[in-house]
Design a protein around this ligand. Structure first.
Ligand code: SF4
Ligand code: SF4
Length: 358
C-alpha cells in the first residue's frame, strides 16, 4: 500500500509535466536469467520458442551482489518503496537471495519475491521468514498434477508436488513463527489448460492459508502458443466464478483478470500508460527499463545513479509518450504492450485523473 505522501507526489508530477516528484514506488529487479523449469508459456524459457529461448548456456547470468548493494543504498531515500526480486528465471536460484532480502529490509524497503515455488524447501522457507520477507508470489501454471504434465514440459507432476510442498512449508513456518508475513499470493496465467480450473487455484489458496490470488492472460507470442489460448466459454466461467465468490476476499483477483480481458489486447487504444511514473525494471546487467516489455534502455546503473536515471531525458520522453494521443504508434516501437501486466494500475490511475485538465 502506498502512502498518501507518495500518491500526492505522483499526482503533482502528473499535473506539472514530465518530471516525477516521487521516487519509483516499485523496482522490479531481475536477479537471474537461470531457471529450473521450462513452462510452456514462458517468454524466456518455453521450449516452444526454440532458439529464441533463454536456455542457452552462455546467457545464463545472475545479478552481481555488489550492484544490488549499490541499488539498495540508492533506494533508501525512496523508502518505503517496494523491490520485487524477479527474473527472466527463478530468483531462488541466486546464491545470495536470502542476503538480498535481508539487505533490502535493513535499507527500509519492502521486499517481494516472485517464484515458481519449486525450491521452497524447509531451510529456504525458514531463512526467508527470518529475513523479514514481506510478500512471496508463487506462480502456478497448473492447479493439479494432470495439467502439470501439459504445461511443465520435462518436469510435469513433480513440479506440482514440489510447489504444494513449498506452500505447505510456508504456512507451517509462518504459524510456528507467529507471523503474518510473508503474505502469500498465488498467481496463475490463464491458458486453455487452466481456464476451466480457476476454482482450483482458489482451493489451493484456502488449503495453504494464502492471502491473495491473481491471474494473467496468456500472451500468445507465436503461432505455436495459439492452440493454448483460452476460449470464449472458458472466459465466461471466470465471470460466473466471480459472481459465486462475491463476498470472498480471494475473489478480488478475478475482478482484475476480467478487467484485463475487457480492456483487451490493445491496451493503448483504451487508456494511457503511466508506468514511467511509478515503476522501474533493472536487468541482470544493471540496465534500466521503464517496464519489462520495453526493449529500450533508459539508463545503466553501472554508469549513473538511480536518481539520475529516474528523471533523465529518456525517462521523461517515455512518460510523455505514454500519455500522448499517438501513444499507440510511439510505444509499440520500443515495447510489446499487448495484454500489458500493468494494465490494472494504469486503469486505477487513469480513472482518477482522466477528468483533470492535463
Ligand atoms: S518458472 Fe518462470 S522463468 Fe522459469 S520457465 Fe517458468 S515462467 Fe519461465
Ligand atoms: S507494456 Fe506497454 S502499456 Fe504496459 S506498462 Fe509497459 S509500456 Fe506501458
Amino acid at each position: 500500500m502506498n502512502t498518501l505522501k507518495q500518491k500526492l507526489a505522483l499526482l503533482f508530477g502528473l499535473l506539472t509535466g514530465d518530471t516525477a516528484r516521487n521516487g519509483p514506488l516499485f523496482v522490479a529487479i531481475d536477479v537471474t536469467q537461470r531457471c529450473n523449469l521450462y513452462c510452456l508459456g514462458c517468454i524466456c524459457h518455453s521450449p516452444l520458442f526454440g532458439d529464441k529461448s533463454n536456455n542457452s548456456e552462455n546467457i545464463q547470468k545472475d545479478l552481481s551482489f555488489e550492484l544490488y548493494q549499490t541499488l539498495c543504498n540508492q533506494l533508501k531515500s525512496y523508502a518505503p518503496c517496494e523491490i520485487i526480486l524477479i527474473g527472466e528465471g527463478e530468483p531462488l536460484l541466486h546464491p545470495r537471495l536470502v542476503d538480498m532480502v535481508r539487505l533490502a529490509k535493513q535499507s527500509g524497503l519492502k521486499v517481494r519475491i516472485v517464484t515458481n515455488g519449486t525450491l521452497l524447501d524447509r531451510s529456504m522457507v525458514s531463512q526467508l521468514v527470518e529475513a523479514g520477507l514481506d510478500r512471496i508470489d508463487v506462480s502456478l501454471w497448473a492447479v493439479n498434477p494432470d495439467d502439470a504434465v501439459e504445461v511443465y514440459p520435462k518436469t510435469g507432476r513433480k513440479t506440482f508436488e514440489r510447489q504444494m510442498s513449498g506452500l505447505s512449508l510456508l504456512a507451517e513456518a509462518k504459524h510456528e513463527a507467529k507471523l503474518n508475513t510473508p503474505k502469500v499470493l498465488l498467481h496463475q496465467p490463464i491458458s486453455k489448460h487452466s481456464a476451466g480450473n480457476v476454482g482450483g487455484l482458489i482451493e489451493i489458496a484456502r488449503k495453504y492459508q494464502c492471502n491473495q490470488v491473481s491471474f494473467s492472460p496468456l500472451r500468445v507470442q507465436n503461432d505455436s502458443l495459439l492452440e493454448h489460448a483460452p476460449e470464449g466459454e472458458q472466459l465466461e466461467q471466470l465471470s460466473r466464478l466471480r459472481d459465486e465468490l462475491k463476498n470472498d476476499p480471494l475473489g478480488s483477483g478475478l475482478d482484475d483478470i476480467l478487467l484485463r480481458y475487457k480492456i483487451g489486447e490493445n491496451v493503448l487504444s483504451h487508456q494511457p500508460c503511466y508506468v514511467g511514473w511509478f515503476h522501474l525494471r533493472v536487468d541482470v546487467n544493471g540496465k534500466v527499463m521503464a517496464c519489462k516489455m520495453c526493449s529500450k534502455n533508459i539508463g545503466d546503473l553501472n554508469q549513473n545513479s538511480l536518481a539520475e536515471i529516474w528523471n533523465n531525458t529518456e525517462m521523461k520522453k517515455f512518460r510523455k509518450a505514454g500519455r500522448a494521443k499517438n501513444r499507440g504508434d510511439l510505444l509499440p516501437k520500443i515495447c510489446e504492450c499487448n495484454y500489458c501486466c500493468h494494465v490494472v494500475s494504469n486503469h486505477k490511475i487513469h480513472s482518477k485523473i482522466k477528468w483533470l485538465p492535463l
